[in-house]
Design a protein around this ligand. Structure first.
Ligand code: ADP
Ligand code: MG
Length: 698
């Protein structure tokens, strides 16, 4: 006992410790009081009663009413986890899952990862203790593979269902099915928008529980004429609001990390120039890849007298609620995924938002008092040009990945799968063809052993295939390194303007042999590892340490998965061709051939593309004749990102079902015909010999 050890427990409690405990108690009390002010609180008992009485409920409430943070806690408090079962709450976005879990852990006074945790791709912050689990919709989809009846969950909350992401839509179909044979499972579908009837209809007329929001009046201002440059206009508007308007924080919607970083920099420069003439402007960026330690900053109030401006992607449209926003600046754009089943290309494009999005964004300013929204587009374009609703992602995505997951779940009849909005049959067909070409499906459309292994890897099917193929080339170690680097984020290298030549030289060295970006990524990782994961090494080579640490985590998990799918971990000890062949086995459809004018033409779809300026291959002399690319991105032109040189013969060796040998190595004809086969390399086979009739009624 304590007495026997000679110290009474009280003796250990110093004054500082006592103060610290007091502070914690006060904070807990404040947090608990704050919880009671949320709109959902008043409906707690009613909501719990409805959940007790019905298996499936659709919950609708304004953003910020407390759906995400409170409802799982209510369920936990009401004993839904007493039977040892967990509560799952899915989010379309990783940042939302992490940030909300952190908040709920704080409210419950527990350590994040204990009773409350989160699980996102390549990052599992949960333990045996975890009963409230926030996760991305993709993570729950993967969990289905190991546990098709979701036996460890007592409640599943499909949150942010209105976002209609591809994975959410697939989940909706799957959980609906599970609910049928698990009457004890409670299902909550939570949505921020009012067209909840659609969800209710889908779940066989499930009751809709409405949480009346308090929304204050929002004054909407439009520009008189269209803005030529919305980034400039946004910066000017923010600064003007800051100097002319009464207190209230500003929320500016931008389309992505790069744009946010640009605006961040401009705002910093411009406000510095104004010195002490104006109040302080605290700039808080938030986007998907923002490091965890900076994510909490957006929720911190600005110091007295200062104003906060949050620069956000559409993550703050409904996923995250930031208190105290009085002004919204909305340029009216977002990045959307679009997919052409015909060419098989998926691209992220900056596009005008929908009316529904614009209204959601405006509403963010009227949560705690009357707000103002400044739309950087005209009233005419709002009324006449903008779509009413965003098209569900399932209707504009490459479906290969979800089709592979569904196949792995034993769902073969895709046409009759319970989709809320079915995808175009053309897109489904394309996904099946792609998976067939990758060897994941056989000609009857059944999952092959390769397909089963691919489905276990939480990666795009092409990358998964490259890893599976690495077994044959004896380079699985190298392939998981490359896959980790590709998955760890786009920012591997940085290039400070004032030291650009040094940075470029360092980069050039890592690009040794000009074998391509994939090999360069491998070199980066290998050298970093040899340096003992040194931060100094990163500094010396202009490599982002954060990306490297993340790559190491991802790699560790991929390594474990290799063992699970019984792929031997082997290194090819520098045989670059082996590595490139394995990559080709996954990416043989992403091939382009150089043309005399310096552009490239994709072999598959005859598109004119260019090497992305950030690629190490952009400055190689002589330029590569045939290249493989990881992805296409469209900005001013269509660019290939992550580019590696290959030999066209490999295509015939590795993907003979996809390429026919016609006129290999024949020079480009003097006058290229507008149409027809003028290719001087392998040509795409007319049609893969997949017998679709057997399983797909088109
Ligand atoms: P809903 O899901 O209905 O949109 P939430 O449960 O997300 O509402 O938000 C309820 C409240 O919790 C809001 O006032 C929001 O600002 C706050 N909140 C949510 N996440 C965090 C966080 N990570 N830090 C601080 N406050 C947060
Ligand atoms: Mg929410």
């Amino acid at each position: 006992s304590a007495a026997m050890a000679g110290t009474e427990p009280e003796d250990d409690v110093t004054d500082e410790l006592a103060d610290e405990i007091d502070a914690k108690v006060t904070l807990q009390k404040e947090l608990q009081d704050e919880r009671k002010t949320l709109p959902v609180y008043k409906f707690k008992e009613e909501l719990l009663k409805a959940i007790a009485e019905h298996q499936i409920i659709v919950v609708v409430g304004e953003t910020g009413s407390g759906k995400t943070t409170q409802i799982p806690q209510y369920l936990h408090e009401a004993g839904y986890t007493a039977n040892g079962l967990k509560i799952a709450c899915t989010q379309p976005r990783r940042v939302a899952a992490m940030s909300v879990a952190a908040r709920v852990a704080q409210e419950m006074g527990v350590k994040l990862g204990h009773e409350v945790g989160y699980s996102i791709r390549f990052e599992d912050c949960t333990s045996e203790k975890t009963v409230v689990k926030y996760m991305t919709d993709g993570t729950l989809l993967r969990e289905f593979l190991g546990e098709p009846d979701l036996a460890s969950y007592g409640v599943v909350v499909v949150d942010e269902a209105h976002e209609r992401t591809l994975t959410t839509d697939i989940l909706l179909g799957l959980v609906k099915d599970v609910a049928r044979f698990r009457p004890d499972l409670k299902l909550l579908i939570s949505s921020a928008t009012l067209n909840a009837e659609k969800f209710s209809d889908f779940f066989d007329m499930a009751p809709v529980f409405k949480i009346p929001g308090r929304r204050y009046k929002v004054d909407i201002h439009y520009t008189v004429a269209p803005e030529a440059d919305y980034v400039d206009a946004a910066v000017a508007t923010v600064l003007q609001l800051h100097v002319t308007q009464p207190p209230g924080d500003i929320l500016l919607f931008l389309t992505g990390q790069e744009e946010i970083e640009t605006v961040d920099e401009i705002l910093r420069r411009r406000t510095r120039g104004l010195g002490s003439k104006i109040a302080e402007l605290v700039i808080c960026p938030i986007y998907a890849n923002l490091p965890t330690e900076l994510q909490a900053k957006i929720f911190e109030p600005a110091p007295p007298g200062a104003r906060k401006v949050v620069l956000s992607t559409n993550i703050a449209e409904t996923s995250l609620t930031i208190d105290g926003i009085g002004y919204v600046v909305d340029p009216g754009f977002c990045k959307v995924k679009s997919y052409s089943p015909r060419t098989g290309t998926e691209s992220l494009l900056v596009r005008p938002i929908s009316k529904a999005s614009a209204d959601q964004r405006a509403g963010r300013s009227g949560r705690t008092g009357p707000g103002k929204c400044f739309r950087l587009f005209t009233e005419h374009s709002y009324r006449k040009d903008m779509e009413d609703e965003t098209v569900p992602e399932i209707q504009r995505s490459n479906l290969a990945s979800v089709v592979l997951s569904l196949k792995a779940l034993g769902i073969n009849d895709l046409v009759n799968f319970d989709f809320m909005d079915p995808p175009a049959s053309e897109a489904l067909l394309k996904a099946l063809e792609d998976l067939f070409a990758l060897g994941a499906l056989n000609c009857r459309g059944d999952l092959t052993k390769t397909g089963r292994r691919m489905a276990e890897l939480p990666l795009d099917p092409m990358l998964a295939k490259a890893i599976v193929a690495s077994e044959r080339y004896g380079c699985s170690e190298e392939l998981i390194t490359i896959a980790s680097m590709l998955s760890a984020g786009n920012a591997v290298f940085y290039r400070p303007r004032d030291r650009a030549p040094v940075a470029d030289a360092a980069r050039q060295r890592l690009n040794a042999g000009n074998a391509g970006d994939h090999i360069a990524l491998l070199n980066v990782y290998t050298e970093w590892e040899q340096s003992g994961h040194s931060a100094q090494w990163c500094l010396d080579h202009f490599v982002q340490p954060r990306t490297m640490r993340r790559a190491r985590d991802v790699r560790e998990q991929l390594g474990a998965l290799l063992e699970r799918v019984e792929i031997e971990r082997r290194s090819c000890a520098g045989d670059l061709d082996a590595i490139r062949k394995a990559i080709t086995a996954g990416f043989f459809r992403n091939i382009a051939q150089r043309r005399r004018d310096g552009s490239y033409r994709t072999v598959k779809s005859w598109r004119t593309v260019f090497v992305h300026p950030s690629s190490g291959m952009a400055r190689v002399e002589p330029p590569a004749g045939w290249v493989l690319y990881h992805e296409l991105v469209e900005t001013t032109k269509e660019y290939m990102r992550q580019v590696t040189e290959l030999k066209p013969e490999w295509l015939l060796e590795i993907a003979p079902h996809y390429y026919h040998n016609n006129n290999l190595n024949k020079p480009e004809p003097k006058k290229a015909k507008a149409h027809g086969q003028t290719s001087s390399g392998p040509v795409v086979a007319e049609k893969p010999s997949l017998n679709l009739k057997d399983f797909f009624d088109v």
